[in-house]
Design a protein around this ligand. Structure first.
Ligand code: URA
Length: 245
């Protein structure tokens, strides 16, 4: 990246953050009506300084973030994508999953985790965690499919980053689950291999973040499911939900 590119990148980020402030997403984090506390209070409309945004608020913020994203052309992936995969679920989600990038099925449908890996994620949520898929939030580090499902490039991750950050700040879940290496590295700001990182609870702006294996990896390595289950038990405890044996 040239110096000019870096300056333009920074200027674009500054413009973006200014627009987020305009639409009520506080910046820097903790400046406005949302503290960095991981606590997830009941979310009543009168609540202010910590925990999630009031329900309607989070929904409005997510809508504004989607509008801001528009027909995004901020990186080269725009040229090859069919649909932007914004992420979906409940704006009031206590639990948020962050994957890597949309694949072919997600690109077709504009929805995160709807292919084979998505079916396994649904089982993890519904059979394992005993939650409803529509009650959690599911998104990705990047919102457009890389060609031939290659790994996301650093400039693609950088271009998408402010949007994922704004989404997490809008929802303020009680717990985030990082699915796979790219998500874990992005959320926890580390390069430790996922095999060592998984199960090591970290945090993102005060929100507990659990790195674990990506469902696509589990499809190839079913024996690793027992490790994922250990990680999910910690997630259930953090959520204050019953932990099956
Ligand atoms: N893999 C991901 O990381 N995300 C999706 O949405 C689908 C597959």
């Amino acid at each position: 990246m040239s110096g000019d590119d870096v300056r333009e990148d920074l200027a674009e980020q500054a413009r973006f953050l200014a627009r987020l402030t305009d639409i009520g997403v506080p910046w820097p984090p903790g400046d406005g009506d949302e503290g960095a506390s991981p606590s997830h209070a009941s979310g009543g409309a009168g609540e202010a300084s910590s925990g999630p945004a009031a329900p309607g608020d989070a929904e409005a913020r997510l809508r504004a973030i989607r509008e801001e994203l528009g027909d995004c052309q901020r990186c080269g992936l725009a040229a090859g994508r069919k649909m932007i995969v914004f992420g979906q679920g409940s704006p009031r989600a206590e639990l948020m999953f962050v994957g890597e990038a949309p694949g072919a099925d997600e690109d077709e449908q504009g929805l995160a985790f709807v292919g084979r890996a998505g079916k396994l994620l649904t089982d993890i949520i519904e059979k394992g965690l005993r939650m409803r898929r529509e009650d959690v939030w599911i998104g990705n580090v990047i919102k457009c499919r890389p060609p031939r499902n290659r790994n996301p490039e650093p400039d693609e991750i950088r271009a998408c980053q402010p949007f994922l950050e704004a989404q997490i700040r809008a929802i303020r879940p009680k717990v985030i689950v990082a699915l796979g290496k790219f998500s874990a590295h992005w959320l926890l700001k580390t390069a430790v291999p996922i095999t060592r990182l998984r199960g090591q609870l970290g945090e993102w702006e005060g929100i507990p973040a659990m790195p674990t294996y990506h469902p696509a990896y589990l499809l190839r390595n079913p024996r690793a499911k027992k490790d994922l289950w250990e990680d999910m038990k910690v997630v259930l405890e953090l959520l204050g939900r019953p932990v099956p044996d």
